[in-house]
Design a protein around this ligand. Sequence first.
Ligand SMILES: Cc1cc2nc3c(=O)[nH]c(=O)nc-3n(C[C@H](O)[C@H](O)[C@H](O)COP(=O)(O)OP(=O)(O)OC[C@H]3O[C@@H](n4cnc5c(N)ncnc54)[C@H](O)[C@@H]3O)c2cc1C
Length: 322
Amino acid sequence: MKNFSYIKAGSLAEAIKALGAKGSRLHAGGTDLLGCARDEVFQVDKVVSVSGLKELKGITARPDGGVRIGALTTLADVAASASLTEKYSVLSQAAAAVGTPQIRQQGTLGGNLCQRPRCWYFRSDLQCRKKGGTTCYAMAGENQYHAIFGGGPCFYVHPSDVAVALVALEAQLRIAGPSGSRTVGIDSFFVSPGKFIDKENVLVSGEIVTDILIPPTAGKIKSSYRKIASRGSWDFALASVAAVLQVENDTVRSARIVLGGVAPFPWRVQAAEKLLAGKKLDGSAAAAAADAAIAGARPLKGNAYKVEIVKGAVEETLTALM
Ligand SMILES: Cc1cc2nc3c(=O)[nH]c(=O)nc-3n(C[C@H](O)[C@H](O)[C@H](O)COP(=O)(O)OP(=O)(O)OC[C@H]3O[C@@H](n4cnc5c(N)ncnc54)[C@H](O)[C@@H]3O)c2cc1C
């Protein structure tokens, strides 16, 4: 592992300034960053820790009825929050599904959204397409964990569990950077490899996600996160589903259905959402939404099994919400 310098920022402004230098990397909980540094996935000359910035931690109710979660809030705190579990169980379930208790104690919500892909070619010392080379080795190689939707020219899947839940909740992200602050809807935060091959989100150099804002819901929502992984102990999702439904008198008023582990960014299935809106949530609606969720899947040689997993997971998730 190459040497790097380390600073612990005393303020957000200091962190942003320090991140302006080439090779500077933000350190939140460090659970992904340090692995990437060790494996030389990218250049790390200076590590800028924001762990001392208390203003980036905590879960608070907002006057509009929504919730603000500081980006440095740990995944364990998100999973354990009684207020989130009551109102937005999809998010607490997704946070609880991440890794191990140790990872959830140390890893932060912001870090989980900004972690780098787990594609084994990207994480190896191969100069793959994402690292500036000319070949996506997954395309013709070992691709059992890769994308069945939205891939090309690179076929990694986004590794975050909570991102899937936050897209289903229509969260917004507050971002601070050298040119001031901005708020971005999470639907526009993640980017496809076709747009930017070398990054997974719209952050530019020096920018830091400071807050995750969950909007108020129009009425009571029913929500759930279901993750399918190879191992029960800890693992990244082979596929996952976040469902958020607004239901009135047994009729779905609106739905957000988002898939994880199957595309380079959380994959929203609007066709399934449209099918559910205005319908009674019953077995046939759940089955139709599951069929809609897999329409357009483009599996690679080794990952067609994911199509069936998605179909089953969507149907089961919706059935559990009946
Ligand atoms: C053994 C293991 C198992 C795991 N299993 C899962 C799993 O099942 N599901 C899952 O979703 N994840 C899983 N992870 C990933 C883990 O959840 C992430 O590593 C963690 O959430 C990252 O948070 P962190 O605070 O440690 O981020 P860091 O490691 O500090 O940062 C991660 C990256 O994001 C950037 N970053 C961090 N915070 C911000 C911010 N606020 N603004 C802008 N950029 C930022 C950093 O510069 C870095 O590039 C696993 C990791 C390990 C090591």
